[in-house]
Design a protein around this ligand. Structure first.
Ligand code: KG4
Length: 340
């Protein structure tokens, strides 16, 4: 009999459910919340309410698309954290209710592990080329910027991480500051394609080891735009493509410098990226370019698996379940998880 795993993701503003059959993805349904657009960021209270509305139809659709009934499930994987507590509570409580009703185990998943393992999501008829162990993953999202060493699907080590803002936060906050909207990453990515990345220079951090910092470059952009607007109120409008291209280049240079250093220090040549910012076209190009130069084997996640999705939670849960893990019913979600 086949093993079916249901994955549930509700850590931020996407309600998602996915089904795996013996590790193969059968469905991956995502309800993205539009309610936050007018606020320039995710409003936690609204996110929780939207998850509560979405979770039943999203899970039903995922089961329907996979062509199975709830009673066919072998286990339920769910995101325990990190994320917004109210949002996580919806997915966690739903997983518990299903686990009790169906009398099947549930397996908690660290959301970040999902991103780091996204390349292991296997789809029918598509090339499957996951990284070999050990590999490095540059995990870049709205809440995290880390370089992770992965020795097995259950064995992760953070080699470096941001000491202040995440890189996605830098994209988002700076986009908001420039009046370009939210989320900032996709807008800056699009405008950057039309601009000159070498026109403006921004202060880059000097942080030891493999850690990152993105708060200084944010301030550097803020002062730069403020000073230029004093001289010419139309400055932003006239130069937004070049500003975005130059700012994006600076962020990617910062990310790549430490990734190159991590690969050199560890001698690891299997390299992946993950998280929302891994959708960035210039970052993807930079990783491939650097990889060719340095003899890395690079693995880029499909766009649909870069942002929050339950397929990556299901695959991370699948590995844990195969390892015999079961999560007790008195588990509580956590907004922060310091380690893996
Ligand atoms: O992983 P994710 O969906 O959510 C979490 O933070 O968990 O990542 C969202 C982040 C946002 O900061 C968004 O601006 C960024 O990913 N992002 C991008 C791009 N698409 C999404 N950043 C740069 N370029 C993109 N194309």
């Amino acid at each position: 009999m086949a093993d079916y795993i249901l994955g549930i993701e509700s850590s931020c503003d996407d309600t998602s459910a996915a089904v795996l059959k013996d590790g193969l993805l059968m469905s991956n349904v995502i309800a993205s919340q539009q309610v936050h657009k007018d606020f320039g960021g995710v409003v936690p209270e609204l996110a929780s309410r939207a998850h509560e509305q979405n979770i039943v139809p999203v899970v039903s659709q995922a089961l329907d698309k996979a062509g199975i009934k709830p009673s066919d499930l072998s286990a339920i994987a769910f995101t325990r954290g990190p994320g917004l507590l109210g949002s996580l509570l919806v997915g966690t409580s739903f997983a518990k209710a299903m686990s009790v009703a169906l009398d099947i185990p549930m397996v908690m998943v660290n959301h970040l592990q999902g991103h780091v393992l996204a390349n292991f999501v296997r789809e029918d008829g598509k090339e499957y080329d996951p990284p070999a162990f050990p590999y490095l993953c540059l995990l870049v999202s709205g809440g995290n910027s880390q370089i992770v060493r992965v020795d097995s699907p259950l064995d992760f080590e953070i080699l470096g991480q941001t000491i202040d803002d995440a890189v996605g936060e830098a994209f988002d906050k700076c986009s908001k500051m420039m009046g370009l909207g939210y989320p900032g990453g996709p807008v800056i990515d699009r405008l950057a394609k039309l601009g000159n990345p070498d026109r403006f220079k921004f202060a880059k951090p000097n942080i030891p080891g493999l850690d990152y910092s993105f708060s200084g470059i944010k301030t550097s952009l803020l002062y730069f735009v403020r000073d230029e607007l004093k001289k010419d109120p139309q400055f932003m409008e006239k130069n937004k493509e070049d500003i975005c291209a130059s700012f994006q280049k600076a962020l990617i240079d910062i990310l790549m410098k430490k990734l190159v250093k991590a690969a050199a220090q560890t001698g690891i040549r299997e390299v992946t990226i993950g998280g929302g910012v891994s959708a960035n076209s210039a970052l993807r190009e930079a990783v491939v370019r650097e990889g060719k130069k340095r003899g890395w084997k690079t693995h880029l996640p499909e766009f649909k698996f870069t942002t929050d999705n339950a397929a990556m939670i299901a695959i991370a849960g699948w590995f844990r379940w195969k390892n015999g893990e079961k999560t007790p019913l008195d588990i509580a979600p956590v907004s922060r998880i310091a380690d893996y």
